[in-house]
Design a binder for this molecule. Structure first.
Ligand SMILES: [Cu+2]
Length: 88
């Protein structure tokens, strides 16, 4: 995806929203593994990595293989999913 995009009719919060696929759900430790695209707000290239979840409900809301839109932030030094929703 192109960075910037002046004049694009997109929601302003989209710059913090990333897309990915759930690869693993660790309910016991409240962690999910996501193969994600570029995380613009964290200046991170696409990769597969483990995130903490801010809300324990997140690990119940997603399943392996789900395509999701999510927001990741660095909280207390740890990469944390602060929002997640299924794309479909
Ligand atoms: Cu990453």
């Amino acid at each position: 995806m192109a960075r910037g995009g002046s004049g694009a009719a997109s929601v302003s919060t989209d710059s913090n929203t990333s897309e990915g696929t759930i690869r693993k759900v660790d309910k016991e430790n409240q962690k999910i593994t996501i193969r994600h695209g570029e995380l613009k707000n964290l200046d991170m290239p696409p990769m597969t990595m483990v995130f903490r979840v801010q809300d324990p409900a997140f690990v119940e809301a997603v399943n392996v293989g789900d395509e999701v839109k999510f927001v990741a932030e660095k909280l207390e030094g740890k990469f944390t999913v602060t929002h997640v929703e299924k794309k479909n």
